[in-house]
Design a protein around this ligand. Sequence first.
Ligand code: NAD
Length: 480
Amino acid sequence: MTTDDQQALGHWINGEHCTSAGGATFTVFNPSDDSPFSVVAEGSAVEMDLAVQAAHDAFQTYRHTSVNERERWLANAAAMLEERKAEFVDLLIDEAGSAISKAQFETGKAVSFIRAAIGMVRQVSGKTLPSDYPGRISLTWREPRGVVAVITPFNVPLIKASRLCANALATGSTVVMLPSEHTPVIALKFAELLSEAGFPDGAVNVVAGDGYTIGDSLVTHPLVRSVTFTGSTVVGKHIQQLCARDNKHVTLELGGKNPLVILNDATLSDAVQGAVRGMFMHQGQACISSSRIYVQKGIYPEFIKAYTGAVSKLGVGDLRDPATIIGPIISDRQRERIKRHIRDAQDKGANIVVGGDWEGNRCHPTVLTNVTEDMECHAEETFGPVVSVYQVEDLDEGLVAANNSRYGLSSAIYTNDFNSALRYARAIESGMVHVNGPSVTDEAHVPFGGVGDSGFGREGTEADIDALTELKWVTMQTKT
Ligand code: NAD
């Protein structure tokens, strides 16, 4: 896609593209070289209101659609996305700066998330209950909440759009999505696909624009009943306050500084592989990347050697080459943050064992040792290919260090000792923990989410039936 003689791609409202009042647009850049990738309508509170109104109107009939219809539309959407995989892989490469392996992985996951949502449709159910009162029939059922605001980040735009839209639609709600200003085209194309799959006009709407300026108009809109946000902790807390004020349901999937502990008895090759995969997918721009690695002293020298060897071999070439793992960092703001963290660590005495340098918008995978608590990269999310490796005496020290964080999203441990694995899994303060597997992993039906500054609530097919529906108690008095 180029910006020459091209009309701006419009918002997706009530089943069609539309421009902004006043014709405002903004340019989306390809992060590989900052060349213009697309021009997109730039929304304001006016378009947000139109989109929410469309979703609200659609909800009045959509909530009564049959399970057969919703299953069929979801099944169509999964099949169409699978068929059009190459198109979305291209978008993920050119708009989001994904290496082809990540783009293919993300598209495959998106298909699996939509398929899993088909199963949710018939799971939205209630219970019959006993009653204190003779002749009373007492039961519960679940009702869709109504208009759900879906706010998504730049790093996994299709995974988040597919899971959150599919789960909301499966449970009978309608959606207004606000995608990251860096990746609106993926969201707009995905909404078009859902419409082609059969979802009625207004069931899914997308408003593009700067979330910082227009996000509040979505979150605080009186017809929005529930908010599901994925993004930075600072924005998430702001949204949580707005939702608390208006008593709206909110799910927050936020940042992470995820620990990986490697004990002396771990299988070294597995641990190295897990530490590479768990850290450098999408050049470290993953909420669940293991950016803190705690290695027990006995295996530390061997691990550092093998890990830095593997890290320095990660491909930094053409994004369409399957050997490439490290792509560009999305924006100047994120690039500056990564540079600041590396500079700060270096100034305060950290060792850069490998990496630290840049090639255009790409930061070479960077392994730091000697990282201390006063360094920004120690506790803050860098959201780039920068990892700190620490030596620890034993599991106890590893656990204390791993838990010394305001975040608590994912975590991992490599060990062949059952008791150590279980102790870690029990004591680690995180929403997810993986034994002998990387911190970067997700499946459609699992409760995905974190504690502390990493989030509030969980997402996933089972969790979203709770999150996206309201439980109602119903009684019917009969004559005994
Ligand atoms: P971000 O917080 O800058 O933006 C996320 C979304 O929020 C965007 O769509 C943006 O438009 C919108 N937004 C910004 N201000 C808003 C406001 N006032 N009201 C409503 N919406 C607003 O995050 P980002 O840079 O796009 O993504 C990176 C962050 O996301 C990292 O911290 C990462 O860890 C986190 N993340 C978390 C998960 C998870 O599942 N826990 C997954 C992916 C990314």
